[in-house]
Design a protein around this ligand. Structure first.
Ligand code: FAD
Length: 463
C-alpha cells in the first residue's frame, strides 16, 4: 500500500542527492537510445531534465580499466560532428577484433553464455544484480538475418536455463535468502519480428483468416519460451518460498507503431495463458503514443474480465524518427514526459490497490527525473510484494550515471541493465546501424567532458 494517500502530490519534493549529468556515451547506442536531442524542442527537454552539473567522475570510478578505455574512445569519436562522421565511415572496415578490444564490452554482454555470466558478475559488483537479456535482437528484422530463427529461439530458451536461472540463484546466494526480494528477476526480452519468418507481414495482417495459422505459430513459439521460464519459476519458488515476484520474467518488446496492434494482441494472449498466478509475462507500452493511456486502461479492464495479471514495461518509445504517421505520437516532448510519469504513478497505484490488475512494472528509462520520481514513489510503498515487483532499467552502456545515482545515492536494489548478446558478426552490424541511426543525436559538447573524466580517472588509478 502507499503509505500516504497524497503521495503523488509529494513527488515534487524529490531527494536532493546529487545526480550526475549523463555523458553522451550513446555513440554506439542501440535502437533504444534516447533521441531527445534530435527531436524535441529544447525548452521542453530542459524543463524535464534538471541535471545540475557535468561531472562524470564518480560513476567512471566504478568502471574497470577496459570499460574506461572504451568510453575514452567514444569520447574521442564524439569530439565533433566531422570526427563522428569519419568514425561512421571507417567503422565497416574496422576489424572485428579491434571493435571487440575497444568498445564491445561497454555495450554488449558477450557472444556466449559463459561471457554473459561474467557480464552479470561484473554488473553485480556495481550493485546491478540482474539483467534483461536479448539475443541479437537488434540485428534481426525478420528478413535479413545471418542467424536462423531456430537458432534465435533456441538461444533465447538457453539463455533462461543456462544464464538467468544460475545467475539469479548466484545473486540470491550472495545476498542471502533473507533478502530474497531485493534481487530483481532475470528478464528475457522477445522481439516478435525476430521469432518468425516474414514477421512484419504476419503482424500487419494478423486479423485476416489467411494469417491466422502463422499468428498462432508465433504465439506458440513465444509460449514455448515462456514455458521454460514458468517451469524455472515453479522450481525456484519451491526452493525459495519467501519470494514475492517471479525469478524469471519474459518481456515482449514494443516495435514500430504499425506492428503494435498485433504485438498488443500477442502480449495479451500471453498474459491470458501464463499470468494467472504471477506476472511471468510482461508487455511493453510506449508512452509517447497518444493511444498508450487509453490502452493501459483497456488492458486493465480486459485483465479483470479474463482473470489474469498484467505486467508492464513502460518506455517512452524508440521509433519517433521512423514513424511515418507522426500524429500517433504526442505532440511535444513535454506531453510525452507528462504521460510517461502519469503512467508510472497510475500503474503503481493500481498495483497497490486491493484487487490489482497489474502485477509487475519495469520503469525503463535513462531520464533522471523520471527515475528519481519513480524511486520517490516507491520509497513510500510499504507493500513488500509491490516493492519486489517494481524494477528500474537502463541499457548496458547507457545512463550509467543514472544507474549509479540510483544504486549509490538512493540504495535502489531492484535495478537491471538491458544487455544484448550474440555472435560477433551480428553485433558488428548491430553497432554500425546504431551508429548510423543515432550519430546525429550526439550532443556537440559530449566528447570533451567524457574524455576529460576518463583521463582524470585513469590518471588517479596510475598515480
Ligand atoms: C530496459 C529498456 C528497454 C526498452 N525497451 C523498449 C521497447 O521495447 N520498445 C521501445 O520502443 N523502446 C524501448 N526502450 C527505449 C526507450 O523507448 C528509450 O529509452 C526512450 O525512448 C528514451 O527515452 P528516455 O525515457 O530514456 O528519456 P528521454 O531522453 O527523456 O526521452 C527521449 C524520448 O522522448 C520522446 N520524445 C522526444 N522528443 C519528442 C517529441 N518532440 N514529441 C514527443 N515525444 C518525444 C521519444 O520517445 C524519445 O525517445 C527501452 C529502454 C530501456 C532502458
Amino acid at each position: 500500500m502507499f503509505r500516504s494517500p497524497s503521495l503523488a502530490s509529494r513527488i515534487a519534493k524529490a531527494s536532493s542527492a546529487p545526480l550526475l549529468k549523463q555523458p553522451a556515451n550513446g555513440f554506439f547506442a542501440r535502437r533504444y537510445i534516447s533521441n531527445t536531442q534530435k527531436t524535441s524542442t529544447g525548452a521542453a527537454v530542459h524543463a524535464h531534465h534538471t541535471s545540475p552539473k557535468q561531472n562524470t567522475d564518480s560513476y567512471l570510478d566504478t568502471l574497470n580499466t577496459s570499460e574506461l578505455l572504451g568510453y575514452g574512445i567514444i569520447g574521442m569519436c564524439t569530439l565533433s560532428k566531422p570526427i563522428l562522421n569519419l568514425a561512421i565511415r571507417v567503422f565497416p572496415y574496422t576489424p572485428l577484433w579491434v571493435i571487440k578490444a575497444l568498445v564491445y564490452k561497454n555495450y554488449c554482454g558477450g557472444d556466449t553464455l559463459p561471457e554473459m555470466m561474467k557480464t552479470g558478475e561484473r554488473l553485480s559488483q556495481r550493485g546491478i544484480r540482474n539483467m534483461m537479456v536479448s539475443y541479437t535482437l537488434e540485428a534481426c528484422d525478420g528478413k535479413k538475418m545471418s542467424v536462423s530463427i531456430e537458432k534465435i529461439i533456441e538461444e533465447t530458451r538457453r539463455s533462461i536455463r543456462e544464464l538467468l536461472v544460475p545467475h539469479t540463484v548466484k545473486m540470491i546466494q550472495q545476498t542471502g535468502a533473507e533478502n530474497i526480494n531485493s534481487i530483481p528477476p532475470g528478464y528475457v526480452a522477445l522481439k516478435p519480428t525476430a521469432l518468425i519468418e516474414n514477421a512484419a507481414d504476419i503482424l500487419l495482417h494478423y486479423q485476416e483468416p489467411a494469417y491466422k495459422a502463422r499468428y498462432e505459430q508465433l504465439l506458440n513459439t513465444c509460449s514455448d519460451i515462456v514455458k521454460v521460464a514458468e517451469d524455472a519459476n515453479a522450481s525456484l519458488h519451491k526452493q525459495y518460498p519467501g519470494r514475492k515476484s517471479p525469478f524469471i520474467v519474459v518481456i515482449v518488446d514494443a516495435e514500430r507503431n504499425d506492428l503494435q496492434q498485433a504485438v498488443y494482441k500477442l502480449q495479451r494472449d500471453l498474459f491470458a495463458r501464463f499470468n494467472n498466478l504471477e506476472p511471468t509475462v510482461v508487455g511493453t507500452m510506449q508512452m509517447y503514443l497518444k493511444e498508450s493511456t487509453p490502452n493501459l486502461i483497456k488492458e486493465s479492464e480486459l485483465a479483470k474480465k479474463g482473470g489474469y495479471l498484467l505486467g508492464w514495461k513502460l518506455v517512452r518509445g524508440a521509433y519517433i524518427h521512423t514513424e511515418p504517421n507522426r500524429a500517433v505520437i504526442h505532440d511535444t516532448k513535454a506531453d510525452t514526459d507528462a504521460n510517461y510519469d502519469a503512467g508510472i504513478t497510475r500503474t503503481l497505484a493500481e498495483m497497490c490497490s486491493t484487487k490489482p490488475t497489474v502485477g509487475h512494472l519495469v520503469v525503463a528509462s535513462h531520464n533522471s527525473d523520471t527515475q528519481r520520481m519513480a524511486t520517490d514513489l516507491l520509497d513510500k510503498v510499504s507493500n513488500e510484494k509491490v516493492r519486489a515487483n517494481v524494477v528500474l532499467g537502463q541499457l548496458l552502456g547507457m545512463g550509467d550515471n543514472v544507474t549509479y545515482y540510483l544504486t549509490t545515492h538512493r540504495n535502489v536494489k531492484n535495478i537491471i541493465k538491458y544487455v544484448p548478446w550474440g555472435p560477433p558478426l551480428e553485433t558488428k552490424d548491430y553497432l554500425l546501424r546504431r551508429l548510423e541511426e543515432n550519430g546525429d543525436a550526439v550532443r556537440a559538447d559530449s566528447g570533451w567532458p567524457l574524455l576529460k573524466g576518463v583521463a582524470k580517472t585513469l590518471f588517479k588509478r596510475v598515480f
